[in-house]
Design a protein around this ligand. Structure first.
Ligand code: 9D3
Length: 288
């Protein structure tokens, strides 16, 4: 309550997940939400994660959450009433408006831009389906943002929700320590900044064309020992020449992106390679 008097307090972002498998989201290690960045963010009061069992909102005596599909066919469909009651009950637990997200194979493919736009919301309610999906009428009434994490088949929306929570959490202010840098991640906008935040001497980058707006994959990384099983590290990394290291890293990022993900370069102003374009599987790129 006295929070308004404390200048730098921000309430945690609140994320609710509605699922028939709430145990998957428990904060206790070794669960995925209890360790690493999501675990750290919850302990630091930056993220508040709640998992609610849709089964707690069933009305029938068997606590049924699903039923057989009209029109026949295999599998089961999650019923409107428990999903609707669970969403509205959970939303009433906090006065901040909720952005609703439904994880589904039919959704918009997840991108880093979408992650960042969701991370700016005070509160998310995620709905994870199981079985063949959720009755379309409750989806229509809830009108959520429908998101897929890629073109492969999962057993339910829970792991997709965790992927989304993890990606959102690492963008929240104060979550990443000095050891981690979201700025240098693959898919972050290409820049001319060293990992320590210092600006690379432009002379060191002469002749390297970074397509405007392109996102680059990361460079290779090495740590001790300097020779492992006869394998040396690239000598430039021990040269002590920071500009040479920066140039080498950027060259590696460009080369790896050209070799492995040419689609990432094509979103920017096209480089020399635009003729032999590869069919891209999704929409990883955006603005440019
Ligand atoms: C045979 C039709 N299938 C649709 C492609 C049925 C079906 C399979 C798997 C229905 C739901 C699911 C469970 N998947 C998700 O809920 C899900 C998901 C996914 O499977 N892949 C990528 N992203 C997502 S987000 C939610």
């Amino acid at each position: 309550m006295l929070y308004g008097l404390l200048p730098h307090y921000h309430p945690p972002m609140r994320i609710d997940v509605l699922t028939t498998f709430p145990e998957m989201f428990y904060p206790t290690p070794p669960g995925a939400m209890g360790v690493s960045i999501p675990g750290r963010a919850q302990k630091a009061g930056i993220l508040e994660l709640h998992a609610t069992n849709i089964r707690d909102y069933t009305n029938d005596k068997y606590n049924k959450t699903d039923d057989r599909p009209y029109g026949g066919g295999p599998g089961m469909v999650m019923m409107c009433q428990p999903v609707w009651d669970a969403v509205t009950a959970v939303e009433a637990q906090d006065s901040r408006p909720a952005t609703r997200v439904y994880l589904s194979p039919q959704g918009t493919p997840l991108t880093q831009d979408l992650v960042e736009s969701l991370a700016s919301k005070p509160r998310l309610v995620m709905i994870a389906g199981h079985y063949e999906g959720i009755d379309e009428r409750v989806i229509e009434r809830l009108d959520p943002i429908e998101i897929s994490i890629g073109d492969y088949i999962l057993s339910g929306g829970e792991l997709a929700a965790m992927v989304l929570i993890d990606a959102i959490t690492r963008t929240l202010p104060g979550v990443l320590g000095h050891g981690d840098s979201a700025l240098e991640d693959s898919f972050s906008h290409a820049n001319t900044t060293n990992p320590d935040g210092s600006v690379i001497n432009p002379k060191a980058l002469k002749g390297l064309e970074i397509p405007a707006g392109a996102k680059l994959l990361d460079c290779p990384h090495y740590t001790r020992p300097q020779v492992w099983d006869g394998m040396e590290i690239p000598p430039v990394l021990t040269s002590g020449d920071h500009n040479a290291v920066a140039r080498w890293r950027l060259e590696q990022r460009l080369k790896r992106t050209q070799d492995r993900r040419p689609d990432l370069l094509e979103s920017g102003l096209s480089g020399p390679e635009s003729a032999d374009s590869v069919d891209s599987p999704g929409e990883i790129c955006d603005d440019a």
